[in-house]
Ligand binder design. Structure first.
Ligand code: NAD
Length: 296
């Protein structure tokens, strides 16, 4: 049965996610600040709303895919926002990558209005959004998760219930902190190998079957050659841009600060990615940090 879905934030990720909901037969009404994004939604058969309140009043399900926590707080919690205008029983899905504290604050405000909400950040990038193969990491009650699930199934392939509100964001930033640290570690190993006269392919052949193996080495190798599909072989075109990695590492550091967790390597990774981005690397793939470490 067609459900009336509101979709706010129709950018690189949200646009194709909304298109997949339309393809599955649902009625999608969108809102975005960008005229181009709204026109694109209409070209896929969607409708546009003139503001958040108009969209929220008529929707049974609302998905948001916004840049950061401040946009999410604004769209949900300010006067005329989703929580003020949505009907009781509406299902809210925030798939933006944002700070855990904002995710939990919005979920608490939704609960006060008896509206079910999940935080459901994704991995899989624009390719995964287009193909409907995203991984969703979901935080929220069992009831909210079950209500959101049929719509997540359309936009993604792997849906994991990570626990209560905010746990989806927690999973996302813990994973990406680990990824940032491991990419720096792998890159340092290749830079040291070069200085020692050890061939990159030889290091790869040994470490990829030894105790140094990890995803950053075996799937996303930061030097050209050993893994033909890695961005290193296409001049580090993203992929996953360094500025996005920096955003997630900063979110991890905020969460570490507010929860009192010791993450010294996470802090170092955030500092190194900030230096790399400031030196002009922000638009390149995050694996290009190897060039920064090498000094070329
Ligand atoms: P984007 O900048 O392409 O899209 C964001 C959209 O939100 C834009 O169309 C913008 O106009 C709209 N927007 C901003 N403020 C708004 C407001 N107040 N009202 C209505 N619309 C507003 O970003 P993206 O790449 O689609 O990323 C969205 C989220 O997904 C981010 O949190 C990002 O970290 C996360 N994410 C992105 C990727 C990726 O590969 N791009 C992967 C995983 C997660």
């Amino acid at each position: 049965m067609a459900t009336s879905i509101g979709f706010i934030g129709l950018g690189n990720m949200g646009g194709p996610m909304a298109a997949n909901l339309l393809k599955a037969g649902h009625a999608v009404t969108g809102f975005d600040l960008s005229e181009a994004a709204l026109s694109k939604l209409e070209s896929f058969g969607g409708k546009r709303a003139s503001d958040v309140a108009e969209l929220a009043r008529d929707a049974d399900v609302i998905v948001t895919m916004l840049p950061a926590g401040k946009h999410v707080r604004q769209i949900y919690m300010e006067p005329g926002g989703i929580l003020e205008t949505a009907k009781p029983g509406t299902v809210l899905i925030d798939s933006s990558t944002i700070d855990v504290d904002s995710a939990r604050a919005v979920a608490v405000a939704a609960k006060d209005k008896a509206i079910h909400m999940v935080d459901a950040p994704v991995s899989g990038g624009v390719g995964g959004a287009e193909a409907g193969t995203l991984t969703f990491m979901v935080g929220g009650s069992d009831t909210a998760f079950e209500a959101a699930r049929p719509f997540l199934d359309i936009m993604g392939k792997t849906i994991v219930h990570a626990g209560g509100s905010g746990n989806g964001q927690a999973a996302k930033i813990c994973n990406n902190m680990l990824l940032g640290i491991s990419m720096i570690g792998v890159s340092e190993a290749f830079v040291l190998a070069e200085r020692l006269g050890l061939d990159a392919q030889k290091l790869f052949d040994i470490s990829s079957t030894a105790s140094g193996q990890c995803w950053s080495l075996t799937t996303y190798c930061p030097v050209p050659g050993p893994v033909p599909t890695s961005p290193a072989n296409r001049d580090y075109q993203p992929g996953f841009a360094a500025e996005m990695m920096l955003k997630d590492l900063k979110l991890a550091q905020e969460a570490a600060g507010s929860s009192g967790a010791a993450t010294p390597l996470g802090a170092q990774a955030a500092a190194l990615y900030a230096l790399f981005c400031n030196s002009g690397g922000e638009g390149t793939d995050f694996s290009a940090i190897v060039k920064y470490l090498r000094g070329s």
